[in-house]
Every structure is written in structure tokens, then in C-alpha cells.
Design a protein around this ligand. Structure first.
Ligand code: HT7
Ligand code: ZN
Length: 858
């Protein structure tokens, strides 16, 4: 497959002011008539032809201006039509089979309903069209079909008309806002809605609907409330008002990603809509609020202003992730949300940035765009914009975003347009900052603090590591929020923002009689790694006293990570091990004893760094060793802090179920205590977990207990797993949890379990949620995936080969797990690489998997 390069961008030679689509709906056969009004684009080079993209389409008929076209030909999957004049009408008829569409791109069937997914290039699976984001058109859509199969007919915009014709009926929809084809959507099926309304700041009354299958209606309240909160928040925080009279959300159970922001008709994975306390965890509730917000916010950052080309994806995704993060911070505990955001970044994006798939947030080339919906584009993209906000200050940043929305409304814009608007609106100079868009790799900042007279001298240096295709990097502006603590008083006299924009620089702070304790990268102000030569005592000090919650968390994590990394490398003497463990206990005790902390935050401070995060810090990591050291430390801490943990559990257990922060914090702590207990005394922990399971009146407690139980070979484990299955059989989202819990377990026989589960009658590769529920958690399971004989790697390679012809996008998302071979000890590295080579040698591989595998081997 050819490589598409950012620098080759050319505007499309034709404009398509209006598009009319007529769908004659059927699950096995849908006939699509597309009528395009086109005219020459005065801003592009003239062309004697128009290229209409297609993907596996069969052309039924083609007409130009009501008659024969001057000429046409197929070029691969695309239709190229010869045109002589400046203005034409093209009418194209195609026939598609939604029931056979297992890729879930274009128009497909999901449990008897029809729905679409067009981003990034799915529209070309419906009809021939210039399927690129810079071709904006006004759509009118008519659809007709049997009333009994498709009682509800939805598309973008407002419903203009509807009618009946015997057993058949039809509806016509009109979207007044010009949009690219990737934002087109259609849904037809047997659905029911929770309806409500929202009155915008300008007084527009908007009808809101959340459409689901009959029976799921009771589980839509949280989604609807989240939607109304999102609409209000975007008005208050970014001055953005909704612009149609109707906003529809539809939940579908077969979906490649989380959700999709189609104009006025968001389509969601059921996972991000349905919730009640019995079936959804606190994490699920937060996920729903975040994703509903995310898709809603796209109405401005994505739809009103879209992307010129797919290289600009971070323009809408990075900015929208930042907007959803700020929303979630405002709706819940801001520090905890920030910590969760950083955990995702470090757990997924940092490994991506240090591996073979590293790319800048604005990539330079791709073969398959679906592979670039990455944590780098989304999460690092959000961090990059957050840094601009930090440097500009909130008010000036808002002036920048106002200018951006104003200046580019109705356009297909670029990342450069965004940076320029922030620069012009806020008045800050972002010339050098633009490097964050073009350079991949996580910068490493080395920190030294020295004392000269009454001055503390902070010397910082940065290095951006080489990444594929980028050997030499330039220094980037790195905004670091810092505070210098007085050791005696335990406080500081104010926070500073230092911007490191050179390879090395020093910053002086006066008024320190003795060397202060440095708190740096507070709030995680920059997405970098910090290398600091800091004594354990100082980390213990910060873990107990830092007034920046993130920095406090960071000190706690640092303390544990440094200990575990050294131990896993086999570099720890007995004395050093004892001293390190004692320091960690001291720091944790300050957390368990601090009455000023809320439990959600306490839970963060008590959480151990993940296996993956520790492995990331080690060259040639041995996952087995890391696992043993991590579990060993957990057991030690559980025994040293036994009384404190006991007390925490007893206190938390008394709180009744509610969605308050207090009750959520209590639930988080309960399961955390169980997982500590499991490392120390598995049989006792199994009894406690079974007790929590049996008493549970909500999914958070139940899933937490089962998560701990799945790792312990016991009668309790078998009984509760069976109970869970029987209790929730038929509820797909909960059965996904049942698969996921077993696949991610610390049980030594996890591979055998996963193999058996793959044969379970409820398992299928055709539903992405189900396929992911078994195999994604498995790639994070230390025993299973990283089994020393390579069996785990083989299992995932087999999955990729089996899934690739069914759903290439979903298959390709498993490849990065096998791309980590360079970071592993030689034995596992060779086994992992061999599996990648086996996939690469497969006779027929999708463009998606091929690109990921070849880059991973690279
Ligand atoms: N903008 C949406 C992206 C998306 C997508 C991309 C490729 C294949 C399927 C997809 N479903 C949704 C999601 C979002 O970021 O809001
Ligand atoms: Zn998005």
C-alpha cells in the first residue's frame, strides 16, 4: 500500500455544495442513490476529471447532468469521471450488503439495526464520493424501508419530512451545516428514547434523545445528565453554544471505538451509554461522562471547525481530549482526574513514544489512517495544548480559543491555524513551541538543585530521544511548575513557572538559607520524564507535605518505582532493600494517617505503580522479575500496614452506596485493601473478597472483589465466577467484564483460562467489545502474555491472524503489544519478534495490520 505524505497535500479540484442521498434500506441489500452538485474549486488547479473514492463498491449506474457522462473509469477502488464544464450534477447508484459488513465501517448491521461509521474513510464504502475532510457539503438524506424492521429512521440535522407507504415508511433529514463525509450518519432500527431538553444560552430549546434497545432505557439516565452537563459546561467555559434544534445519541453494541461525533447524531458504543449501579462501576460512570462530553464538545472542535486532512487529526482530537479532561476535572475531583489522565499517558502514550510506532502528534506520513487514532494524537495532543494554556494563563488562552473558533468557523483547518490563533489571541510567542507538533519522543529533563550562598540554583537540561525517522531533535520549550519547600516549616513561598527552552539552563531563586526541597513538574505541567537525583528522605517529605496533589502522588510513585526498578534489575543489597522498604512504609503511613485527605485521593496515593510502568523504566526488562518484586513489596506493605489497612476497610465498609465522591472513595479503598491482602495471605484475602462479593449492592464492589478473587486459586474463586456469569447472563457489557477479569488475572494458569474462554459459547470475534474484553486485558497480564516460553505472544499473534479478515481495525490494535520486543530481555524479545515475523509472512494481511507489523519489526 502506498505511503500518503503530509507535504503532498493538494486542495480538491471540485467543490460539492450539496449532496442528496436516498437509501432504500435492507439488512442484506441497501440501494444508495447519491446526487452530487459539483463545481470547480477556484482555489485549486483545474482537472479534467473528478476522483470519487470507493472501497469495495460496485457501481450500479452513473449519470452526469441527467445523461451519459463524457467518460469514466475505475482506478483501483475509485471511480474517475471525465467532466468538461464547470458545474455538473452527478448521480451514482450503488448497492451494498450491510449484513456482510464485519469491518463495521460504512453502513453495517448490528443486532437487527442499521448504522454507519464513516470516520475516517468509511463513507467510501457506502457510495463513491470525494471522501476527504476538506470537501464540505450540505446533506439532504431520504431513507425508506419496512416499518416493522426499522421503525425509527435517523440522520444528521433536523427531520424535514416523513411519510408512509403501506408496510414501508420513509423520512427525510436535512442538515443545514456543511460537513465532510466522515460526519455523515444514518441509523435505522427498533429503538426507544429517553427524551429531555436543554435551553441554550441564546434561548434555543434543543430536543435531546438517547436511543437504545427496548429494555435498556432505565440505564440511560446518567448519559442524559452527562449530556446536559456537557452542554452547559461548554457554554460557561468555552462560550460554545449548540446550533441545531435536535441532538440525538444512539447506542450500538457493535462498534470499533468508543463513540462518534456525527453532526447532531452521535453514535456510541453501548459501553459509553448504559449504566446503573448494579451493572456499571464507578469507572464506567466516569467513562460515560467523559465520552459523552468528548463527543458533544466535538460539535465545535471537530464539526464546526474540521480538519483539512487527516494529518491534522490532533487539531480536533487533542483539543477535544483537553476539553473533556477539563470538563471531568470540573465535574469531579480535579486532582484525581489529573492523576488518572497522566496514568493513561504514561501507560499507553509513553511506551508508544519510545517504541517503533512513535510518531509526532501531527504525523508526516501514513499508509492506513485508522492506525493513527493513537494515544499520541489524542493524549499527547491534549498535553501539548494544555502546555499552551499553562504558559498563556487561563484568560489569555480563552482569548486564543475564542479567536480560533471565530476565525475558522466553517473551515477545514490545520494545527498551524490553531497555534497561530492561540498566539494571536493570547499574545504569547509560540514559534519554538511548534516543535511539539513535529518532533516525536518523550523529552527527558535532568534536574540538579544546588545551593550558592542564599540562592538555590536549579539547573535543567533536556534531551529528546531519537525516534523512527527522526535522529536529531531540537530543544523544545518545556513549562515546569516548581516550588521550593523549606525543610523545617514544610511549606513554600509560592509556585514558579520556569520554561526550559534550551538544551541546558539555570534558574536562580533567592532567600534560602539552606537547600530547599524541590517539587517539580507540579500538576504534570509538561509531558516529560524527570530524572532527578533526589534522596529518599526528600521524597518521603514531599509525599507527606507537598500541597500540589499531583506532586505528592508523584513523590509516592517515585519512591516505589525507584525501589522496584533497582530490585528488578537485581541491584539491591539487603540493607538497601530494608532501608527502601522502610522509607516507603513511612511515606504510606503519612497517607493513611492524614485526615485532611479525601478517600479518592488517598486511593491514588496508596496505589502501586503498574507493572507496565515499571517495565518502561528498564532496558531489557524481565517481566517475571518485576512481577515478583512488585508482589513481594505489596505483601511486605500489607503486613507492615496491616492495622491501618484494616481500619480503612472497616470505615469504608460502613458507607452506603451513592454516587457521592465520599462513597466512591470508600469503594476504591476497599478493593485496594483487598488487593494488598491478596499478596500477603491469599486464602484470607479470598475469604474477605468473597464476603465483599456476597454483600455487594453495586458493580464496583462486586467487580473489585472478583478481580482479586480471579488471581487466587480457591473455591471462592470458582463459586463467585459462576455466580457472576449466571447473574448477568444476557447482559453483554457485564459478560464482557467476566471475560476481562479472568484474562487480566494474576492466576498462574491464566493462559489456559484464556484459551478455554475463547471456546466459550458466548465468545465471538465478530463483536469488538467481546474480542477486546478477552484479549486486551491479557496483553497486560504479566504471567500470561509474558510467559517465558512465548505462549502468550503466540496466542495474541494467532488472534491477530484470525481477526484480521473479520475486523482489520480491531486486529491491528493488538499489534503494538507485540512491538515492545526491543524493551525486553533477549529470550522474550526473540520470541516476540518471531511472532511478528510470522504475522508479516501471512499470505493475506489487511493494510491496517500490515502497516503496524512492518513498522513494529522496523
Ligand atoms: N472521532 C471518533 C473516531 C472514531 C473512529 C475512527 C476510526 C474508526 C472508527 C471510529 N469510531 C470513532 C472518535 C472520537 O475521537 O471522538
Ligand atoms: Zn474525538
Amino acid at each position: 500500500p502506498p505511503e500518503i505524505r503530509r507535504e503532498d497535500y493538494q486542495p480538491f479540484p471540485w467543490l460539492v455544495p450539496t449532496t442528496r442521498l436516498d437509501f432504500e434500506l435492507g439488512l442484506e441489500k441497501t440501494r444508495v442513490t447519491a446526487r452530487l452538485e459539483i463545481e470547480r474549486n477556484p482555489d485549486a488547479d483545474a482537472s479534467p476529471t473528478i476522483r470519487l473514492n470507493g472501497d469495495g463498491l460496485e457501481l450500479v449506474s452513473l449519470r452526469c447532468d441527467g445523461g451519459e457522462c463524457a467518460g469514466h473509469m475505475m482506478d483501483g477502488d475509485d471511480l474517475v469521471v471525465t467532466l468538461e464544464g464547470d458545474r455538473h450534477t452527478i448521480e451514482i447508484v450503488t448497492e451494498i450488503d450491510p449484513g456482510a459488513n464485519s469491518q463495521l465501517m460504512g453502513l453495517y448491521a448490528s443486532s437487527g439495526m442499521l448504522c454507519t461509521q464513516c470516520e475516517a474513510e468509511g463513507f467510501r464504502r457506502i457510495t463513491f464520493f470525494p471522501d476527504r475532510p476538506d470537501v464540505l457539503s450540505t446533506y439532504t438524506v431520504r431513507m425508506s424501508g419496512p416499518k416493522k424492521d426499522f421503525p425509527v429512521l435517523l440522520s444528521n440535522g433536523n427531520r424535514a419530512d416523513m411519510g408512509e407507504d403501506g408496510a414501508s415508511h420513509w423520512a427525510e433529514w436535512h442538515d443545514p451545516w456543511p460537513k465532510p463525509s466522515y460526519l455523515f450518519a444514518l441509523v435505522a432500527g427498533d429503538l426507544v428514547a429517553r427524551s429531555d431538553s436543554f435551553t441554550t444560552m441564546g434561548g434555543r430549546k434543543v430536543e435531546l434523545n438517547v436511543w437504545v434497545r427496548d429494555g435498556d432505557l432505565e440505564r440511560t439516565e446518567h448519559a442524559m445528565e452527562s449530556l446536559k452537563r456537557s452542554m452547559k459546561w461548554d457554554e460557561d467555559t468555552f462560550g460554545r453554544e449548540y446550533d441545531l434544534d435536535l441532538f440525538n445519541i444512539v447506542a450500538v453494541s457493535d462498534f470499533n471505538m468508543g463513540a462518534m461525533e456525527n453532526k447532531g447524531l452521535n453514535v456510541f458504543n453501548t459501553k459509553y451509554v448504559l449504566a446503573d449501579p448494579e451493572t456499571a462501576t464507578d469507572g464506567d460512570y466516569d467513562g460515560i461522562e467523559g465520552v459523552i462530553g468528548h463527543e458533544y464538545f466535538h460539535n465545535w472542535s471537530g464539526n464546526r471547525i474540521t480538519c483539512r486532512d487527516w494529518f491534522q487529526l490532533s487539531l480536533k482530537e487533542g483539543f477535544t481530549v483537553l476539553r473533556d479532561q477539563l470538563f471531568s476535572q470540573d465535574m469531579g475531583s480535579a486532582p484525581v482526574k489529573r492523576i488518572e489522565g497522566v496514568r493513561v499517558l504514561r501507560g499507553v502514550q509513553f511506551p508508544e513514544d519510545s517504541g517503533p510506532l512513535a510518531h509526532p502528534i501531527r504525523p508526516d506520513s501514513y499508509r492506513e489512517i485508522s492506525n493513527f487514532y493513537t494515544s499520541t494524537v489524542y493524549n499527547k495532543g491534549a498535553e501539548v495544548i494544555r502546555m499552551m494554556k499553562t504558559m498563556a494563563g487561563d484568560e489569555a488562552f480563552r482569548r486564543g480559543t475564542d479567536l480560533y473558533f471565530d476565525r475558522h468557523d466553517g473551515e477545514a483547518a490545520t494545527c498551524e491555524d490553531f497555534v497561530k490563533a492561540i498566539e494571536d489571541g493570547s499574545g504569547i510567542d509560540l514559534e519554538q513551541f511548534r516543535l511539539w507538533y513535529s518532533q516525536a519522543g518523550t523529552p527527558k529533563v535532568s534536574v540538579e538543585l544546588s545551593q550558592e550562598g542564599d540562592e538555590a540554583v536549579l539547573t535543567l537540561s533536556q534531551a529528546v530521544p531519537p525516534t523512527p525517522g527522526q535522529d536529531d531533535k531540537k530543544p523544545m520549550p518545556i513549562p515546569l511548575r516548581v516550588a521550593l519547600f523549606d525543610r523545617d516549616s514544610g511549606s513554600h513561598s509560592g509556585e514558579h513557572l520556569v520554561v526550559l527552552d534550551k538544551a541546558r539552563d539555570s534558574f536562580r531563586f533567592t532567600g534560602f538559607a539552606r537547600k530547599p526541597v524541590l517539587s517539580i513538574n507540579r500538576g504534570f505541567s509538561a509531558p516529560v520524564t524527570i530524572g532527578r537525583d533526589i534522596a529518599n528522605d526528600e521524597l518521603v517529605f514531599l509525599a507527606a507535605k507537598d500541597d500540589d496533589p499531583f506532586a505528592r502522588y508523584e513523590a509516592m510513585q517515585d519512591l516505589m518505582v525507584r525501589h522496584l526498578v533497582t530490585a528488578s534489575k537485581g541491584d539491591l543489597s539487603d540493607d538497601a532493600r530494608n532501608a527502601g522498604q522502610a522509607d516507603i512504609v513511612r511515606a504510606l503511613r503519612a497517607v493513611t494517617d492524614d485526615d485532611a485527605l479525601d478517600d479518592l485521593m488517598r486511593g491514588e496515593l496508596l496505589s502501586m505503580p503498574s507493572q507496565t510502568y515499571i517495565a518502561e523504566q528498564i532496558e531489557a526488562a524481565d517481566p517475571g522479575r518485576i512481577f515478583e518484586e512488585r508482589e513481594g513489596l505489596k505483601a511486605f506493605l500489607a503486613s507492615e500496614l496491616q492495622d491501618e489497612l484494616h481500619h480503612i476497610y472497616d470505615r469504608a465498609e460502613k458507607l452506603p452506596y451513592s454516587q457521592s465522591a465520599e462513597a466512591k472513595g470508600a469503594r476504591k479503598l476497599k478493593t485496594l485493601v483487598l488487593s494488598f491482602a491478596a499478596a500477603r495471605d491469599p486464602q484470607k484475602a479470598a475469604e474477605l473478597a468473597a464476603h465483599q462479593y456476597d454483600r455487594a449492592d453495586n458493580m464496583t464492589d462486586r467487580q473489585g472483589a472478583l478481580m482479586v478473587l480471579t488471581g487466587i486459586d480457591s473455591a471462592e474463586r470458582t463459586g463467585r465466577l459462576l455466580d457472576f456469569y449466571n447473574r448477568y447472563q444476557g447482559n453483554a457489557l457485564v459478560i464482557d467484564k467476566w471475560f476481562a477479569l479472568q484474562a487480566s488475572s494474576l492466576h498462574p494458569k491464566v493462559i489456559e483460562h484464556v484459551k478455554a474462554l475463547a471456546e466459550h459459547p458466548d465468545f465471538t470475534l465478530r463483536n469488538p467489545n467481546r474480542a477486546r474484553s478477552l484479549y486486551m486485558p491479557f496483553t497486560g497480564a504479566p504471567h500470561g502474555f509474558h510467559a517465558a516460553n512465548g505462549e502468550g505472544y503466540r496466542l495474541i499473534a494467532n488472534l491477530i491472524l484470525d481477526l484480521d479478515p473479520i475486523n482489520a481495525q480491531t486486529a491491528a490494535r493488538f499489534v503494538p503489544a507485540l512491538g515492545r520486543w526491543r524493551k525486553l530481555e533477549p529470550g522474550r524479545a526473540a520470541l516476540m519478534r518471531a511472532e511478528l515475523e510470522r504475522i508479516a509472512a501471512a499470505p493475506k494481511l489487511s493494510r491496517d495490520s500490515f502497516e503496524q507489523v512492518t513498522r513494529s519489526l522496523g
